[in-house]
Design a protein around this ligand. Structure first.
Ligand code: KIV
Length: 323
């Protein structure tokens, strides 16, 4: 068993990124070396594959799932079972990035024992390599780390506090609030959090905390001075059907791309332009009697020269049968 896998000769992703697994200690090392950490959310297999193959360091199965995938008004109603379901799909796709599961609202707000038991489910049943929890829950972070579960802290505009905050408001806007945020970040780091997400806080506050903190900060709406940045995948590609927050940059317009593809497909179906003959399967040549045979659409007659071993079981078999 290799204890310290070397990156030498490691396979590359399609984007040419080398594959040594990103771990929580590796993120700390990136901070020490001044290398920015890239992070993005993903909630399913295909997007997680794309994000991982693009070389993003950390993939968060965020509870933002509730809003951007499940169409809910806020993040509060998503359940542990829903988060586990999506974390499993992401885990199957990822080879390099650190996979972090967001603990949903209610799953860590009771006893510490219950919270640890819920976190263990994310590791054991879904393959998460760390969990993220919102707020300055220092005792819980200590208990999770004692249970060998790496923790990502999350401070500032914590969306699970939306009702207490009275909306999604930028936090730490006074000197006292900045000091409190700073104290919370230090306490989480001392308790063992491996990295801390800072969301919706003034750039200056995030910069000051980042400069002093022993572990990396990952910002979202916290300015460019954090050790890394995270965005919600659906924000990045404009798939949210809502005006973007100030900190969002659209790197693509997936809404326009998908809308156009779907409309062209519908039009082709309506005009019988899809599928074409070339996109159709045909009876084997030995059964076809000229052009009429090629046009046959029914099931072969009983006793016809049809090899049942060629029965279709998947798309590859379709290809073999048709050629
Ligand atoms: O749920 C989420 O997507 C998050 C990130 C925005 C940090 O918590």
């Amino acid at each position: 068993m290799s204890i310290n896998p070397s990156s030498a000769g490691a396979p590359l992703t399609p984007s040419g990124v080398s594959l040594p697994k990103v771990t929580m200690p590796a993120l700390g090392e990136m901070k020490r070396q001044g290398k920015p950490i890239s992070a993005l959310t993903a909630y399913d297999y295909p997007t997680a594959r794309l994000v991982d193959e693009a070389g993003v360091d950390l993939i968060l199965v965020g509870d933002s799932l509730a809003m951007v995938v499940l169409g809910q008004e806020n993040t509060l109603s998503v359940t542990v079972d829903e988060m586990l379901h999506h974390t499993r799909a992401v885990r199957r796709a990822v080879r390099r990035a650190l996979v972090v599961a967001d603990m949903p609202f209610g799953s860590y707000h009771g006893s510490i024992a219950d919270a640890v038991a819920n976190a263990v489910r994310f590791v054991k049943e879904a393959g998460a390599e760390a969990v993220k929890i919102e707020g300055p829950r220092v005792e819980l972070v200590r208990a999770l780390v004692d249970a060998e579960i790496p923790v990502v802290g999350h401070l500032g505009l914590t969306p699970q506090s939306v009702n207490r905050f009275g909306g999604y408001r930028v936090q730490a806007r006074t000197a006292d609030a900045v000091l409190e945020l700073q104290a919370d970040a230090f306490a989480l780091a001392r308790a063992g959090a491996g990295t801390i997400v800072l969301e919706g806080v003034p750039r200056e506050a995030a910069a000051a905390i980042t400069a002093e903190l022993s572990v990396p900060t990952i910002g979202i709406g916290a300015g460019p001075d954090c050790n890394g940045q995270i965005l919600v995948f659906h924000d990045l590609v404009n798939l949210t059907f809502a005006p973007p927050a100030k900190f969002v940059r659209h790197y693509a317009d997936a809404s326009a791309l998908f809308r156009s593809a779907i409309e062209r497909y519908r039009e082709d179906v309506e005009h019988r332009a899809f599928p074409s003959d070339a996109e159709s399967y045909h009876l084997p040549a030995r059964m076809a009697t000229g052009a009429a045979g090629r046009q046959a659409t029914g099931v072969p007659a009983v006793g016809a020269d049809f090899d049942s071993d060629e029965a279709v079981v998947n798309r590859d078999a379709f290809e073999d049968w048709a050629n």
